[in-house]
Write a protein that binds this ligand. Structure first.
Ligand code: C5P
Length: 222
């Protein structure tokens, strides 16, 4: 193939984006955060009071959602209809609803089409839940990330607390368990390991060690 796709899937708050970003930088690939797209759509639905059980309302709303991702100083900048919503989509209201919105068939169809378009001509590292199974089943390298839930919750808690959110580890843990449950049990492209994905459990290894592991896999493939 002309271009190379690396798919990184896994549970919530596993550090997928950290490793995906570092890998993209090292290989000079483009990093795409697919979760940010579902989060942006969720924010649009919340702000506009869209009833996501109403098929027609969902379809109509999706036509009005324009999402752009830009990488700025190693951070993904997310634009929703030209407004920078990068911070807001990381906050709890969006985190509490995103797994419901992302389970909707029409939402997934729209996001997958957008993601596939991004991967058509460029070398990319994309992280998410269904990248290796649905979006790019022919990706050259697939990683499936996991870590112990409490370790994940503590890592995410530190990030949120550093950003000034008033929250407890328990709330973060509950949210990531709920999202994992919703993401793995939904009907439309549930989160699961692709048969040819390689498991990376990062409970007890550093980001540097993870990068080395994944980079070696890539080197062995090429
Ligand atoms: O990756 P992140 O945790 O930001 O994703 C937020 C949510 O978006 C996930 O919990 C999941 O419900 C949804 N998602 C998805 N498919 C993807 C990426 C994210 O369903 N490829």
């Amino acid at each position: 193939p002309k271009n190379c796709i690396i798919a990184i899937d896994g549970y919530s708050s596993c550090g997928k984006s950290t490793i995906a970003k570092a890998l993209a930088k090292r290989l000079n690939f483009i990093y795409v955060d697919s979760g940010a797209m579902y989060r942006a759509t969720t924010l649009y639905f919340l702000r506009n009071g869209i009833d996501w059980h109403n098929h027609d309302a969902v379809v109509e709303a999706l036509e009005k959602v324009h999402i752009e991702l830009h990488l700025e100083n190693d951070q993904t900048q997310v634009l929703l209809n030209n407004e920078d919503i990068s911070q807001e989509i990381r906050q709890m209201p969006v985190s509490l609803s995103v797994s419901k919105v992302s389970a909707i068939k029409e939402v997934r169809k729209a996001m997958v089409a957008l993601q596939q378009k991004m991967g058509k001509t460029k070398n990319i590292v994309m992280d998410g839940r269904d990248i290796g199974t649905t979006v790019f089943p022919n990706a050259q390298l697939k990683i499936f990330m996991t870590a112990e839930p409490l370790i994940r919750a503590e890592r995410r808690y530190k990030e949120l607390a550093a950003n000034g959110e008033t929250i407890t580890v328990r709330e973060v843990l509950d949210n990531l368990k709920d999202r994992d449950h919703a993401d793995t049990t939904r009907e439309e492209s549930p989160l699961r390991k692709a048969e040819d994905a390689i498991i990376l459990d990062n409970s007890h290894i550093s980001p540097e060690q993870q990068l080395e592991f994944v980079e070696n896999l890539y080197m062995n493939w090429t």
